[in-house]
Structure formats: C-alpha cells, structure tokens
Ligand binder design. Structure first.
Ligand SMILES: Cc1ncc(C[n+]2csc(CCOP(=O)(O)OP(=O)(O)O)c2C)c(N)n1
Ligand SMILES: [Mg+2]
Length: 693
C-alpha cells in the first residue's frame, strides 16, 4: 500500500470504529425505548481517540494498579462507555479482582441496555460493570471523584516510587458535560485540583450548548476558559470534535503540561449526524426514533437496516491499539513490580495488601483503653487518639477535614506526618478547604484507588455532602466519615449548627454504617469495627462535649458495640420492667435514669444502641435477648429527630427526641429546654410502666 492509501485505510477504520460506537449507542437506546443517544454520538471520536491512542489501560486486566483512569462524568452518555468496553473487549473481574474469563459487556448486554440483569444499566455502575471506574449519573460527581483518583495517584507515587521504580504514574481523564460544569461540586473540586497542581488530571468538556431544557443560554453564561484559568488550570480548546489529529494534539499538550491540571474544551454537536435532531435538546434524553436512526445511519454511510452491527475489523483494530499497548504496559508494570518486590519487599507488601483492601498485621495494636471517668472526654477526642494510633499502623490511612480539623480532631500528629500539598505529595493530612461535597467525592476517588480515606466535618454539613456520601454506599466502598458536633448539645452555635434530621436521614441510606458511640471505649470499639470494612462506608458520629467514660466493671464491656446494640446495664436481681435505649451522649443519661429508678425499686434495663445497621445484622435470638418482645415499656432517647425510633420502642413506646430545631444557648440550658435530663427520662419510664401493657 502506498503511504497515501494506507493513511486512507487507517482513516477508514478509525471512522468505522467511531461510527460503530455511535450506531451501537443509537440502537441500544432505540431498543430500550429510553436513554440518551445524542451525546455518545457526538463524543464517540473524542473517547475513541483517547482510548485507542492514549489510555494506558489493559482490557484483559481492568484493575491493574497503575492503569490510567477514565471517568464518564456525564453518566447519561453511558452507551459511549459500554460501547468502548465492548469493542475493546474489556474482561470482567470478580469482587476479588480476578478475571473470570468473560467479557465485561457483551453484545447481548448492549442489546438489553437498561433491562434487569444487563451489564449496561441506565448509568454506569461501579462494581456491576468491570471497567467502570466510578458510578456516575448525578452530574458533577464523576469529575469531583476524578480529583480524588488523581490525588491518590500522586500520593502513591510519593510513597512508593523509588529510584528506578516508577511504580505509579497514571493519568486520570474525565469526560463532562454542561451539567457537570454547572454543578457546584465541580467548581469545588476544580478549585482544589488547581490549588494542588494535579497535572495528572485531564477533564474534557463536552461544550455542546445543550441541556435538557434547551440551549445553555437559558441559564449559563460562564466564561469557562477564564474560570478554569483562574483555578490554575491549563485550558485548551478544540473546535471540531471529529478531528482526531486536533484531539491528539490536545492530549499531547496535556501530557506535556506540568504543574497544572488540564481542561480540554471540545465544541461538539449533540446528535451528530441526525438530520432533524443534530444540535437539539431532543437528541439528549430520548430515542431518536426508527426513521431518524435510519437517516442518521445513511449519513454515516452505514447499512440502514443493520442493528448492533460491529463491522469486520473493528474488534481487531481495538485489539491492535488499546489492546496491544495496554497488554505491554501491564506486563511491564508487573515485571517492574516483581523487581520492586525484591528491592523493597516491605513496600511491595503494602502495595499488595492495600490493593486487595487488606490491613497490615497488627493494625490495631496500641489502641488505648480508657479508665472510668465521670467527667470523661468528648468522643471526637478519643476518636482522634484512635485515628492516630491506627494511622501509624496503616500507612495508607489518610484524609482530613473541610477546614475543621481543630474541631474534628482528625489531624495526624505523630512523627513527621506532613500535609498533602501542591508539589509535595507524600503527606497524609489533607486540607480539603471548605468544600464538603467535593471532599466526600474526592474521598470516593481515593477509596476507588484503594488507599483508605477519611473525611471529616460537622454532622450538620452532611447536608452539603450527601450526594457523594450516597455514592460511597451505592459503590460499596469503605470511605470513613467522621462527623462531629453531633447534636443540640454543641450549644451556643445554635440551630444552624445543631443537627436534627441528619442522623435519621443517614440511617435511611442503604449500606452505610452509622455509628454513634457512647463513650471513649465505645469509640475504640467502633474503630475496630470500621477498619476491617472492605465494602461499606462508615459514618462516625461524635460529640463536641465531654462524655463520661463508663465504668465497664460495673456495666457491660464496650465490645458489645460490634453487635450494634447491647445490654449495658440491668437491674441487679430482678427482670427488667422497662427498657431505656440510648445512643451516644444519651447513653449516660439513660444510665443516670436507670440508677435513680433502681433506688425507687424500678427495674430498668439500659441498651446502648450505637449502630442500628449492625444490630439489624444480628440474628433474631440476639435481638430478642437485648429487646425482649414481652417488655413493651420502652423509652428511646436521642438528641435528634425521633423519626424511625418506633422500630425499637413500638408504637406505644416513648421516644425522647427532637421535634423542632434547637436553640442557641449553653449546653445545660439547651438540654434542659428540650428535656434531655434524667428527670425527663425517669418520668417517661414511669409513664411507660403506668400505661396498660
Ligand atoms: C445532579 C443532577 N441533576 C440533574 C440531573 C438530571 N439530568 C440528567 S442529564 C441533564 C442535562 C445535562 O446536560 P449536559 O451535561 O449538557 O448533557 P448533554 O445533554 O449535553 O449530554 C440533567 C439535568 C442529574 N443527572 N444529576
Ligand atoms: Mg450539554
């Protein structure tokens, strides 16, 4: 073949591959009678260029640690990703990250897009479809998560790369649309990424001027380039999304840029090639329609009646591009890792354990036990102590706060632990700035990279972070959330800072462990439960104020926390007549009431219930032992919304909770105003006993 002819042939196969992505996407949405065809059609060349020419990704092993990450932040364009996963023949892995000899996405999955059991759900779901690096769909989450992946990449390089061993050097690419660009979380995340100078991060902005309601001019007039330049990003622009050479040049610019993340603004046409829907919002979120599909295929020069067609040569072409390059890079990496294992056995062991979500031996050694102390200490204090012990033992436990570590006590203070800073990435103390939502998405990105992140702030501000926290649960990744100032008892800061409904709403999220320990020793036990988690995020809910350290020789051991709820105190001889259930700071209140009731001859049991989710996992026999069904006189006490407590008190039981917002006043006044005093608990117990059982 002459040079000219071979260039034409290669252009031909590029074009055929791109149009395969487009037509698979159109056909899948049409068959499902729902979905988003227009954006995959427009972005096909962009994603194709990146995957085929640049991405360091081995389809045969989609989890090798130093792979480049690709995030589809505009998750509604999921068919774009599924088409790529299919055409590149990405292999499926099981939860142990082992290849199971099946493709991640089959043609059958694509034909059953959005149907039950298809590996092509409506939006990309981590864990369900191998090769999907993070769940996306809630706009802005993907790009924010990508910042965590990039930060973790820099940290991994900082700790594990040694002379002659560049173990970590991956890049992170995220595709985003106008929606991601408008969401606040992307501004938070971009601002931090620019500050941290994460030059391994590249966002690609699908600048199509279209969202659901129509033109972006309805609601958006940012100068995006200026905005990102002000964040400290390198910004480049591509006027034609179909020009692979221009795209390549932009990726080369990204690769050559140091000290700044890169934003590539790509001007695109949603529904590219569809005669009536090109550049219209109608191409966004509904099937094109059979006629339009045919007309579009005609425009592409595609057989009009073919469905789900993968023309000859397309699989081979991907194999020869991303496939061969990825296989070589992966093989090189594992060879390097073998040599690294010889040269740096301890660090290699860390990398292995971390990437398999295992803990080092002795991870819990040195955790303190706290002696009884009526004055006690705040659970945020004891947690800070535990965190520092654990972080010494687990080198990849890292994180920080949204500008609140002096309050949340989450700073790592031992040895020479440094800050994670621009240009100095070995530190383990992160400063997320006042950006709760991005902080939690970044923590997700870190967890997806297999380091163990913690993120902290005030419990009230989970309202600012919930979108990302929900995704930790949906993705089943073990992010550790540390939320302090957990109730009205934070006092003078008043109702703007006093959480009410936050506990109940976090408990309502499937798959998050919400743990509100009663004293310092329960805090330690909480950490013992949390650290080995591999597939669940956990929320530690901690007090600002000192809580008495209970005398465990008198009351049951704090290790009962592992079962979620346990009998802390029982009447000396008699069977209990009434059960007092408390969490966190209200457990001591229940204990005080229990003692006072005992003096009056009333047999009360105290149940400490730090974690509903763990309690629900216990068998019925245990739960009945703790909350015997025959004892109907029950009082639950918690300085939060009473929502949900009837599950444990029954409809006739009493719930001493919050039905209003709190108030700004010193702690005792606030507690008195809302009835969180022994006398009120005692009266509630008496009322329970007085009612007909
Ligand atoms: C947080 C969030 N809010 C709203 C939506 C609903 N939604 C899905 S796509 C979309 C429009 C997105 O526009 P754009 O990102 O420009 O996508 P395009 O149509 O250009 O692909 C909206 C509002 C969502 N998925 N996530
Ligand atoms: Mg758009």
């Amino acid at each position: 073949m002459t040079g000219h002819a071979s260039r034409l042939a290669s252009e031909d196969v590029d074009r055929r591959s791109i149009d395969t992505i487009r037509t698979l996407s159109m056909d899948a949405v049409q068959a499902a009678e729902s979905g988003h065809p227009g954006t995959p059609m427009a972005l096909a060349p962009v994603a194709y260029c990146l995957w085929q020419r640049y991405l360091r990704f081995d389809p045969a092993d989609p989890t090798w640690p130093d792979r480049d990450r690709f995030v589809l932040s505009n998750g509604h364009a999921s068919m774009l990703l599924y088409s790529l996963l299919h055409l590149a023949r990405v292999q499926a892995v099981n939860p142990k990250y082992e290849a199971i000899g099946k493709p991640s996405v089959t043609l059958d999955d694509i034909e059953t897009f959005r149907q039950l059991a298809s590996h092509c759900p409506g939006h990309p779901e981590y864990r369900w479809t191998s090769g999907v690096e993070t769940t996306t769909g809630p706009l802005g989450q993907g790009v924010a998560t990508s910042v965590g992946m990039a930060a973790a990449g820099r940290w991994l390089a900082g700790r594990y790369n040694k002379p002659d061993f560049r173990l970590f050097g991956y890049d992170v690419f995220a595709l985003m649309g106008d929606g991601c660009m408008m969401e606040g979380i992307s501004s938070e995340a971009a601002s931090l990424a620019g500050h941290l100078r994460l030059d391994n991060l590249c966002w690609i902005y699908d600048n199509n001027h279209i969202t659901i309601e129509g033109s972006t001019s309805l609601a958006f007039s940012d100068d995006v380039a200026a905005r990102f330049q002000s964040y400290g990003w390198n910004v480049t622009r591509i006027g034609d999304a179909n020009d692979l050479e221009l795209l390549s040049r932009a990726f080369d610019v990204f690769k050559a840029t140091s000290g700044r993340p890169t934003l590539i603004i790509v001007d695109t046409h949603i529904g590219y090639g569809a005669p009536h829907k090109h550049d219209t919002a109608a191409a966004h979120g509904e099937p094109l329609g059979e006629d339009e599909v045919r007309a579009t295929k005609r425009f592409y020069g595609w057989p009009e009646d073919a469905h789900f067609l993968v023309p000859e040569g397309v699989y081979d072409h991907f194999e020869a591009g991303i496939g061969r390059r990825g296989a070589r890079l992966r093989a090189d990496w594992f060879a390097l890792f073998e040599r690294y294992r010889q040269a740096h056995p301890e660090l290699a062991d860390e990398v292995y354990r971390m990437s398999h979500r295992q803990l080092p031996d002795g991870w819990d050694s040195g955790l303190p036990t706290f002696p009884p102390d009526p004055k006690g200490l705040a659970t945020r204090e004891s947690s800070g102590q535990a965190l520092n012990v654990l972080a010494r033992n687990v080198p990849w436990l890292l994180g920080g706060a949204a500008d609140l570590y002096p309050s949340t006590k989450t700073r790592l203070t031992f040895d020479s632990v440094a800050d994670f800073e621009a240009g100095s990435y070995t530190g383990r103390n992160f400063h997320f700035g006042i950006r709760e939502h991005a902080m939690c998405a970044i923590a997700n990105g870190m967890a997806l990279t297999k380091v163990r992140p913690f993120a902290s702030g005030f419990l009230i501000f989970t309202d600012y972070a919930r979108g990302a926290m929900r995704l930790s649960a949906l993705m089943e990744i073990p992010v550790i959330y540390i939320w302090t100032h957990d109730s009205i008892s934070l006092g003078e800061d008043g109702p703007t800072h006093q959480p009410i409904e936050q506990l109940a709403s976090l408990r309502a999220v499937p798959g998050i462990l919400v743990v509100r320990p009663a004293d310092a020793n329960e805090v330690i036990e909480a950490w013992r439960v949390i650290m080995p988690l591999r597939h669940e995020p956990a929320v530690l809910v901690l007090s600002r104020q000192a809580l008495p350290t209970l005398d465990r020789s008198r009351y049951a051991a704090a290790s009962g926390l592992a079962r979620g709820g346990y009998v802390l105190a029982d009447p000396p001889s008699a069977e209990p007549d009434v059960i007092l259930i408390g969490t966190g700071s209200e457990v001591a209140l229940c204990v005080a009431a229990h003692e006072a009731l005992a003096e009056d001859g009333i047999a009360a049991r105290v149940v400490s219930m730090p974690c509903w989710e763990l309690f629900e996992k216990q068998d019925q026999a245990y739960r009945d032992e703790v909350l015997p069904p025959r004892i109907r006189a029950r009082v639950a006490v918690e300085e939060g919304a009473d929502f949900g407590w009837a599950r444990y008190t029954g409809i006739d039981g009493a719930v001493l909770g919050m039905e209003t917002f709190g108030a700004s006043a010193p702690i005792q006044k606030v507690q008195a105003k809302f009835g969180f005093e022994p006398a009120h608990v005692i009266q509630a117990a008496r009322d329970q006993l007085a009612r007909p059982q």
